[in-house]
Design a binder for this molecule. Structure first.
Ligand code: FAD
Length: 144
């Protein structure tokens, strides 16, 4: 198995209601569980940030489907790594919405603690998602 980790950001095509986010998440979790993909999806209020990890071909096929999805636009591939181990092994797709992004996690990664700067560069976004996953894991199970 060739393990890869992919990170991207995008903007929602409209203003997604929590029902829309639940639909995306429900489908994502079912399909990811079937192919062994793990990761975290974060909705900042302005952008989606997502990390996907798993077998290279499965992650690439999933990302191609995500790219074609009309529910978001301006998809930016930020990082594509070959890690030695999964960083998000516990979630078929964890989720963090605007209310889940603790101020302390935000402050550690973005000047002024506002989410606008997330999704621009690979390093900040990946570190933020890792830190967010840790804070969610130590808190409660992520998701709705
Ligand atoms: P179908 O379900 O046949 O849908 C085809 C197209 O119809 C979609 O691309 C979309 O444009 C549109 N569509 C589908 N459902 C709706 C709806 N309820 N409302 C409006 N339009 C709709 N999929 C994964 O497998 N894993 C993930 O981790 C993942 N993460 C995602 C993250 C984001 C931010 C978004 C927007 C989508 C994500 N998806 C994920 C969903 C993915 O884009 C595909 O829709 C899904 O994988 C199903 O693929 P499909 O080819 O069977 O599409």
């Amino acid at each position: 198995m060739t393990l890869v980790q992919l990170v991207y950001s995008s903007r929602p095509a409209g203003s997604p209601a929590s029902r829309d986010l639940m639909q995306i998440l429900g489908k994502a979790r079912a399909r990811n569980a079937a192919t062994g993909i793990t990761g975290l999806l974060c909705y900042t209020g302005a952008r989606f940030l997502q990390v996907l990890e798993g077998e290279r071909d499965d992650v690439c096929e999933t990302f191609y489907r995500i790219l074609r999805d009309e529910r978001h636009i301006q998809v930016r591939l930020l990082a594509f790594h070959y890690p030695t181990a999964r960083g998000f092994a516990e979630w078929a797709m964890g989720y963090a919405g605007t209310g889940d992004m603790g101020a302390d996690v935000m402050r550690r990664h973005v000047a002024g603690g506002t989410s606008d700067q997330l999704g621009n560069d690979a390093e900040t976004t990946t570190a933020f998602l890792r830190d967010l996953a840790r804070s969610l894991a130590s808190d409660t199970a992520p998701g709705f």
